[in-house]
Design a protein around this ligand. Structure first.
Ligand SMILES: Cc1cc2nc3c(=O)[nH]c(=O)nc-3n(C[C@H](O)[C@H](O)[C@H](O)COP(=O)(O)O)c2cc1C
Length: 383
């Protein structure tokens, strides 16, 4: 009896431990699975937009691993009977909420073919977020609630302007009934349930469409700095591209490494690297195409090192690249100069963006200084 009691007690303890472990594992799995959060940010007076917001949220959560969080934009004027409304328990957002989610669904009543004043006033507080480019690449969608429906498509499209200025990825509904831009329920039709079951269904699909884009974009948010959008700062850009500029080569005669005339900087360089020529010789004879490319790259890096000196150590002062002329030590009849020169042109554009675009000439030469395979003349303009 005593033994039986001991056995059953230990069996119960084992069961409890196993159950606890199971529940902890299930909880951990659940926590791990929620890896995207989407804000459903709405404004409403009579509750129509709120009902759509609920449908949008349920569509969002149909995507595994995605949670919808509902918030209201703060009101300019308090709503008289808000505490009796179904949406009274939904918290008000702060402007920082805009940057805390992987995607945002914006919902507003249609007011004179536009978003409501409450929504407008809230978004007008996002200037600092805009200039810091914090919403760039974040997916967003717009849903609205109208009375008669007058101006409803114009209202969604005008809402899009603000999202586009923020650089958000705008998710439309496409060909699924209602408007192709975003669901707009029509509250004004007499005697009907509003939003209608059809509108709620479309809102659900819209929420899911947003969640799908958010899921696709997630790796972008986690991307390493090297694949993030180009920064304005040239030093950061060089770092992102893994480029360290060499020491500017010193002149070896009575000439200067650069000459400034007005705001123009003129520079000539060959493929010198640490006092030696990188891959010297005739292209297609002693030098392979790949080696010629490396020599071209080295020549351009030398030019940039000199340019940095000319710009007082700050490459951000470069207003634009004006012209490159590439000379290649090639045999008679060689015709691939342009392909080799692309190495220099592409690198310049990768570093300076549009400012790096230039005019260009490429020439074959029967010999070049120090047996270099490449020489480049460059003209830049400083601010
Ligand atoms: C100032 C104001 C302007 C409005 N302008 C329009 C409009 O241009 N087009 C329209 O269809 N409904 C318009 N409406 C009606 C609202 O869009 C409609 O009542 C909507 O359902 C309100 O959304 P809610 O239920 O979320 O409060 C307007 C309402 C107000 C108060």
């Amino acid at each position: 009896m005593h033994l039986f009691h001991l056995i059953s007690k230990s069996a119960v303890t084992t069961c409890l431990i196993v159950l606890t472990l199971f529940s902890l594992r299930a909880q951990a799995r659940q926590n791990k699975e929620i890896n995207r959060r989407i804000l459903v940010l709405f404004n409403t007076e009579q509750g129509g937009t709120y009902k759509l917001a609920l449908a949008i949220a349920s569509g969002i959560e149909k995507m595994e691993g995605t949670k919808a969080v509902l918030k209201q934009v703060p009101r300019i004027k308090p709503l008289q009977n808000e505490k009796n409304m179904a949406f009274s328990g939904i918290p008000y957002a702060s402007i920082e909420d805009l940057t805390a989610y992987d995607g945002i669904a914006f919902g507003s009543p249609v007011h004179f073919g536009n978003m409501s004043a409450d929504m407008r006033s809230f978004l007008d507080q996002s200037v600092a977020i805009w200039t810091a480019r914090k919403l760039e690449g974040i997916p967003a969608t717009v849903f609205m609630s109208a009375g008669s429906g007058a101006g409803r498509e114009a209202a969604v499209l005008s809402f899009w302007n603000t999202l586009a200025l923020h650089g958000m990825i705008i998710v439309p509904t496409g060909i699924m009934g209602n408007t192709p831009f975003g669901v707009v329920s029509i509250a004004g039709a007499a005697g009907a349930q509003r939003p209608s079951p059809g509108e709620l269904h479309l809102a659900q699909l819209q929420g899911y469409a947003l969640a799908r884009v958010v899921k696709g974009c997630a790796p972008l948010h986690d991307a390493s700095p090297s694949v993030q959008p180009a920064k304005n700062d040239i030093e950061t850009r060089l770092k992102d591209l893994g480029i360290t500029l060499p020491e500017a080569p010193a002149p070896v005669g009575s000439y200067k490494t650069y000459k400034r005339t007005g705001n123009l900087i003129l520079i000539n360089q060959i493929a010198l690297k640490a006092g030696h020529i990188e891959h010297p010789g005739m292209i297609d004879k002693e030098v392979t195409t790949e080696q010629a490319r490396q020599a071209t790259r080295q020549t351009l890096l030398n030019i940039l090192a000199v340019l940095k000196d000319a710009a007082g150590g700050d490459l951000n002062k470069v207003k634009q690249a004006v012209q490159l002329t590439g000379y290649f030590y090639t045999p008679a009849g060689y015709s691939q100069h342009a392909a080799l020169m692309n190495e220099a042109s592409d690198l310049l554009v990768a570093i300076f963006g549009e400012k790096g675009l230039h005019t260009r000439a490429t020439v074959g030469a029967s010999s070049l200084p120090m047996n270099s395979a490449v020489e480049i003349q460059a003209i830049f303009e400083l601010e």
